[in-house]
Design a protein around this ligand. Structure first.
Ligand SMILES: [Zn+2]
Ligand SMILES: [Zn+2]
Length: 367
């Protein structure tokens, strides 16, 4: 079928809207009409060539939300008309997948940024020549997309589907790091470093858990203002040692849970230094390969835990519907993070995201 997609023609080039041909879904896939797609920094990293194995031209996008148009012959549990969010790919067979931690799938890298299906085929083409896609096995910057059914999460139909795409990646990353991994008790202290989409979703989750105080640290005053509105009890402009002293004062000696989303080594160090004894720092910010950071060894020996988390360690079919329910109850107001763009304005959305003017761009696909 004929579809319209945003193509990155070559490494580092801007997105170009093109008409392409999309093959029908494989037996284990669904075809969905993409209503809207979130944009994540990972899409821009793909555009800019951070993924060494990603071929071009390629269609990115990995926070797709839409409506099932058709299901492959082997698909059960999903039917045309279902409202769905597409989450991250996982193989289902490796150790982490079998132990219920699909976010750590050992085969994830190829499935996210190999540009092809697992069997090597490419569903998109232009004039008979392949256009690479299958970015996170979805490539949602497109009016229609195919995705493995097991990565597709059915959501309640009374929720505004055009807002839900970011739950598939960025928002479940922040919320899951808090609710699934930290699992704080009410009254425990929490600090988040970097209040973009991931950080603010972590902050909203900390509020749901009843954390107090909730400290937000960032360099953008407008983001700190939003953090306050969403539940931060303290909002601090990041100023190194001064910020550390302030956090220690607010928390009576250090914070119990720190969420690092910035991927800046000095900020990660600050998050770890802000921990009290037995505190936990969770790293979700993704830095480029080769990025290193140093900590004082005696400091970590004080019972402090530093761990990395991918995708909030979520099982999307359980976690995303739970977040949708919390949103519908007004407790996880993800709409406050979203700036909507028409699909044709994708390059403006990307530029706004890079300079920090938007928290979470969401592109509305033409019907
Ligand atoms: Zn796996
Ligand atoms: Zn993402």
């Amino acid at each position: 079928m004929r579809i319209t997609a945003a193509v990155v023609p070559a490494r580092g080039q801007p997105f170009e809207i093109q008409e392409l041909d999309l093959a029908g879904p494989a037996a284990d896939e669904v075809l969905l009409r993409v209503v809207a797609s979130g944009m994540c920094h990972t899409d821009l990293h793909a555009r800019d060539g951070y993924f060494p194995n990603l071929p071009y031209p390629v269609v990115c996008g990995h926070e797709g939300a839409g409506i099932v148009e058709a299901a492959g012959s082997a698909v059960t549990g999903l039917a045309p008309g279902d409202h769905v969010v597409v989450s991250f790919p996982w193989c289902g067979e490796c150790g982490p997948c079998r132990s219920d931690h699909p976010a750590y799938c050992v085969n994830a890298r190829a499935m996210k940024s190999g540009g092809r299906r697992v069997d090597g085929s490419t569903p998109l083409s232009r004039g008979g020549a392949p256009v690479y896609s299958c970015f996170f096995q979805q490539s949602s910057f497109s009016t229609f997309a195919v995705a493995p059914a097991k990565d597709v999460v059915k959501v309640r139909a009374d929720a505004p589907i055009e807002l839900l795409g970011p739950l598939g990646c960025g928002l479940q990353t922040g919320a899951g790091a808090v609710l699934n991994v930290m699992a704080p008790r009410a009254g425990q202290s929490f600090a988040v470093f970097g209040v973009g989409g991931v950080g603010l979703s972590g902050l909203m989750a900390a509020r749901i858990a009843g954390c107090d105080p909730i400290v937000a640290v960032d360099v953008h005053p407008h983001r700190l203002a939003l953090a306050r509105e969403l539940g931060a009890t303290h909002a601090l402009e990041s100023k190194g040692a001064e910020t550390l002293a302030e956090i220690r004062k607010i928390t009576g000696g250090g914070v119990e849970f720190a969420l690092e989303t910035s991927a800046v080594p000095a900020v990660f160090r600050l998050a770890v230094d802000a921990l009290r004894g037995l505190g936990t720092c969770v790293l979700v910010g993704s830095a480029r390969a080769g990025t290193e950071v140093g900590f004082e060894m005696p400091w970590l020996q004080g019972g402090r835990v530093v761990r990395g988390v991918i995708q909030g360690d979520s099982r999307p079919r359980e976690f995303i519907p739970r977040l949708v329910d919390l949103f519908m109850e007004g407790r996880f107001p993800l709409d406050r993070l979203v700036t909507r763009y028409e699909f044709a304005d994708i390059n403006r959305a990307a530029a706004d995201a890079v300079r920090g003017a938007t928290i979470k761009p969401v592109l509305r696909l033409p019907a």
